[in-house]
Write a new protein. Structure first.
Length: 324
């Protein structure tokens, strides 16, 4: 009986050793780097994947594939300092002077709407604080009239801008006299100025794009080998979330690059005081490159990762649910 017990013990030991050596025992990995007996191995594997996807791997890809970067971000120099030395970097944050002047002249109309729309929703009664702001708008507009001819406008632009100023002052005075405003009145004011605004927007865009064309031509003269259609040339742009669609910079660089797949949009990137924007941008650049490879290899569509990977399944399932 004693011999039988010893034999059974030895068999158990041998089976245990075989399990340990084969890796079937979860405790075998307890001494492995970064993994303890209590860890979920799939979670640990996911951490390893994320390390390469979100950090090491995309940084390596960026360093190996990026040769040229042009930027249109406020704190460009901080960003340029983060790139490796063999990358050509050019940056530009200025605008043609006329662009700024045209925008300045059109903003008062939008300011009037922004001040009065909440009042309309709240009942339309002009309180003292709102009246003070409307009077201040009129004061600034009156003071601006003598300066219109000094801002680089053409005679036709000067005439339009004076008309816009007079129209806006007349509307504000009418609201101040009545001490009330309705949605219909606010809508009527908007309709009375929209044609002037649209003409100014068009002129602003033309001036801005002509400026960008001259800038790119300067870069091409400076670097005769520069090729914006090359897959190793990227553009990093700043934009706000509202409005991001049809951003001037994005449309321009998409045209000269022949694609939008090498455009990086730094959404809400106008805060020049932020010291994390440059690091976020260069990290986002690596994400773009890594995700393009994933989209191309797995889905045959380089830009696939720009949409939620589970989106099609979500759309299909939601369409089958009677939620409405």
């Amino acid at each position: 009986q004693q011999t039988k017990v010893i034999s059974m013990f030895l068999v158990s030991v041998l089976i245990g050793l075989q399990v340990i050596l084969s890796g079937a025992c979860p405790f075998r990995t307890a001494s492995e780097p970064g993994l303890t007996a209590d860890d979920d191995p799939l979670s640990a594997l996911n951490t390893l994947v994320r390390k390469h996807w979100y950090a090491d791997g995309k940084e390596s890809l960026r360093k190996q594939t990026v040769k040229t970067v042009v930027t249109m971000v406020p704190n460009a120099q901080e960003l340029l300092n983060l790139y490796h030395n063999d990358v050509l970097l050019e940056s530009q944050t200025g605008f043609p002077p006329i662009r700024g002047q045209l925008k300045l002249a059109t903003h008062p109309a939008l300011a009037v709407h922004s001040i009065l729309q909440p009042i309309v929703v709240g009942g339309g009664i002009i309180d003292n604080a709102t009246a003070t702001e409307l009077k201040l708008i009129n004061f600034y507009l009156i003071q601006s009239i003598p300066t219109i001819s000094t801002r680089g406008f053409s005679p036709q632009q000067i005439e339009r801008m004076i008309g816009l100023i007079n129209n806006t002052m007349q509307f504000c005075n009418g609201v101040l006299q009545k001490t009330t405003v309705t949605q219909a009145e606010l809508n009527s004011y908007a309709l009375s100025v929209i044609d002037t605004l649209n003409i100014s927007f068009k002129e602003t865009v033309i001036a801005h794009i002509d400026y960008l064309v001259a800038l790119v031509n300067t870069w091409k003269s400076k670097y005769t080998w520069l090729d914006f259609e090359s897959p190793d040339t990227w553009a990093i742009l700043s934009t706000s979330h509202m409005a991001r669609t049809d951003n001037i910079y994005a449309l321009f660089f998409e045209k000269i690059m022949g694609t939008d797949s090498r455009l990086i949009m730094n959404e809400c990137g106008w805060d020049t005081q932020s010291d994390i924007i440059p690091s976020r941008l260069i990290d986002l650049h690596g994400t773009h490159i890594m995700d393009k490879t994933i989209g191309g290899v797995f889905f045959g569509e380089p830009m696939r990762m720009h949409r939620d990977i589970m989106g099609p399944a979500a759309i299909a399932y939601l369409q089958s649910l009677p939620l409405a």
